[in-house]
Design a protein around this ligand. Sequence first.
Ligand code: PHE
Length: 353
Amino acid sequence: MDIAGSLIGLRDEALARIAQAPDLESLDAVRVAYLGKKGALTAVLRGLKDLPAEERPAVGRVSNEVRDAVEAALAERRAVLERDLLARRIRAEAVDVTLPGRRRPLGRQHIIHQIVDEIVDVFVGLGYRIAEGPEVELDYYNFTALNHPPEHPARAATDTFYVKDQSGGATGAGLESEVLLRTHTSPVQVRVMEKQQPPIYVLAPGKVFRRDVADPSHLPQFTQIEGLVVDEGITFGDLKGTLEHFVREIFGPDRRVRLRPHFFPFTEPSAEVDVSCAMCGGDGCRSCGGEGWLEVLGCGMVDPNVFRYVGIDSERYTGFAFGMGAERIAALKHGIPDLRLLIEGDMRFLRQF
Ligand code: PHE
């Protein structure tokens, strides 16, 4: 058997396969096939010891050359493939520093929260504290203690969301029929006065709910901001001065304020407050319906009956209260024609504020 010949044959075969190996894995498979423990070359080399002693040196030399040649070819090819691989990775992971950066969309506070914060700031600046009450409220706080007679129309299920359907309340007029979604933030007045004796200077922002169909000027859920002041010697003049300050802070120094007599069960006397129209300055135009004035809030002096419910001495203390819709204030301030825009989440609208 011509061992040297078969060694040369194996070498040429190995060199050809090495030259063609497309990647590092196939190259390693070639190495294993020839030089691995069970490789073809290894088998031949192992057979050397069975050769007659005089043939060993010559065959040994050839086999060493063959192994060296194969190993050298493997190393060279590996270097080439590794260089290729690196070049490909660099290309794949390359960052084009000339590309413009990706803009991160910036979130912002919703317009309703912006206006609430602005209004809160005005009154905190006057020394008011923030008060809160539950959105799911008892009839007692929403109506009774606010001096609403039992037959008051606001109590009707057509105006108020009751937590349990009143008509279905066949079990009787238990607590269930007394639970409702507050229709205004005025119940917070009662909760504050129950816990605290005057002097009281509080502002209570929060959600309120009414059985209204959403239209340009109504929302079934909106945000009210309630103010309550109780102290010795508080007069209607204090109320008017406070509201004038508020209007100028929010709408600007040129707006005028007008109070119109009104009625609320829990204030006496009561008034509605109008602000002069920004468009016509009070002369009357299309945006104020020819009136020259736009209504912004309800207010009045705390009714002594309310003081009686909460145990505050109405001989010693007087107070005023006011309540406004944040959405309405935002609409008047920014000229928003339809309150529904405020709750629809259309980014084209919201981005403007
Ligand atoms: N709660 C009244 C409303 O929702 C507003 C108001 C508050 C009026 C405080 C007077 C005093 O219409």
